[in-house]
Write a protein that binds this ligand. Structure first.
Ligand code: NDP
Length: 392
């Protein structure tokens, strides 16, 4: 039994502090032949820049196939990664994966509006699915994806990389141990400048393809962060938008959205997102006796934490470089092997879909309060179950 299995076996029968200590056990590398095979669907920026490189350094996951609408690109990427010619798929022969035992997990990295259909087809082919955020473009599609996973008896994980990212885990643990006193306020700011001339932004600015512009693309990090930082679910939200309809980028989506969640503990979480402000992926958490400033909090690397206590900022803390995509995919591989709990299931993605809809409903009603307690509670707190790398 590996350290990982025995550690996870502890959780639920021991106190959180014991589990936190045990959670530092390192991941064990798996021989290549025993790694879980991933098919990467959609060879765009994220797949080529982060996911395929992440699979090269993953300990328990490996690239087994690529799926693309551009055969030349797909053949080149396959060759560069040592895949045989028959591990290249198109969207039309996607269902052939059912007969391919090399593939256990299908990783959906397509524009948001295509997530649901390709996820459901992957389940019909008998595969497990890791799906990028946001999981879909409507609550109904997200529910259909969860139902398809259940019908196929396969696992659906949403790619919330911050649940597996060491600095975010470190911050969650600081908040859980209460050393700064009770948490009072969270502020999240997630946005950037979008460029219509950039193909991967063009679909993000299209309401039907993205399901909500900046909110669906960037704001979702703030919605999700407020929930994992606090480990509770909001009971209501109010939101406002400011959108310049003469700006050609904002024909079908809102631009600047600002919202305010209220949590059962009394914490208030403010969030904002925009595709027309300077790039930021940061948050701050204000507690009774100190402030945690994570800026950036959700970049692919270089995330940094400043702890402010007694009005004094301590030297910024950065953790040693790590590949958070590899960590996330290794987690999925362990879920499939039955060695790890499902930390970011479809239901976690569905909760964000419902909350983003509530934000847009409030925007449409000029900041009306929308009740948001639909009963969802996460099964596993990442702060308790997800290990930190050995060097962190
Ligand atoms: P890109 O636009 O760069 O890539 C999407 C790819 O999807 C395309 O390259 C194309 O691949 C394929 N595709 C199939 N049909 C279409 C279509 N109709 N229009 C456009 N592309 C199509 O997007 P990203 O890689 O940046 O984003 C993909 C997903 O990953 C999104 O859901 C996004 O939210 C998520 N994401 C998550 C991040 C994270 O940190 N977790 C960061 C960035 C994105 P091909 O040519 O091979 O068919």
């Amino acid at each position: 039994m590996s350290n990982r299995i025995s550690r996870r076996g502890l959780i639920g029968v021991v106190g959180a502090s014991t589990a936190l200590a045990a959670a530092k056990a390192p991941a064990i590398a798996t021989p290549d032949a025993d790694k879980v095979g991933f098919a990467v669907v959609g060879l765009g920026k994220l797949s080529l820049g982060q996911i395929i490189p992440g699979l090269k350094v993953a300990k328990g996951a490996k690239l087994a196939a690529v799926v693309s609408g551009h055969p030349d690109k797909a053949r080149r990427v396959a060759a560069e990664n040592g895949l045989p010619a028959d591990a290249v798929y198109g969207y039309d022969d996607y269902d052939r994966m059912a007969k391919d035992p090399r593939i256990q997990v299908v990783y959906i990295v397509l524009p948001n509006a295509l997530h649901a259909d390709h996820t459901i087809r992957a389940f019909k082919a008998g595969k497990h699915v890791l799906c990028e955020k946001p999981m879909a473009t409507s609550v109904g599609d997200a529910e259909a994806m969860i139902a398809a996973a259940k019908a196929a008896k396969r696992r659906l994980m949403i790619a919330y990389r911050c649940h597996y990212e060491p600095l975010n885990l470190d911050i969650m643990r600081r908040l859980r141990d209460g050393s700064l006193g009770k948490t009072r306020l969270v502020n999240t700011t997630m946005g950037r400048q979008a460029d219509l001339a950039e193909p991967s932004d063009a679909w993000r600015l299209d309401g039907l393809m993205s399901g909500g512009g900046a909110l669906a693309d960037m704001g979702i990090y703030g919605v999700n962060a407020a929930r994992y930082l606090l480990n509770e679910e909001p009971v209501s939200v109010r939101a406002w938008a400011q959108t310049d309809r003469t700006d050609p980028r904002f024909k079908t989506t809102e631009d600047l959205i600002d919202w305010q969640f209220r949590f059962p503990s009394g914490v208030i979480a403010n969030g904002s997102t925009s595709f027309n402000y300077a790039p930021t992926m940061g948050y701050e958490v204000i507690c009774e006796r100190g402030r945690l400033v994570a800026d950036p909090a959700a970049f692919y690397g270089g995330n940094r934490l400043t702890v402010v206590q007694g009005g004094q900022a301590q030297p910024p803390l950065s953790l040693p470089p790590n590949d958070q995509f590899a960590r996330e995919m290794d987690w999925m591989a362990d879920v499939v092997r039955g060695k790890a709990p499902m930390v970011s299931p479809g239901e976690e993605g569905l909760q964000d879909m419902k909350l983003m809809k509530a934000i847009l409903d409030s925007v449409a009603r000029d900041g009306a309060t929308i009740a948001t307690d639909w009963g969802y509670r996460r099964a596993y707190d990442p702060a308790v179950v997800v290990d930190l790398p050995r060097s962190a």
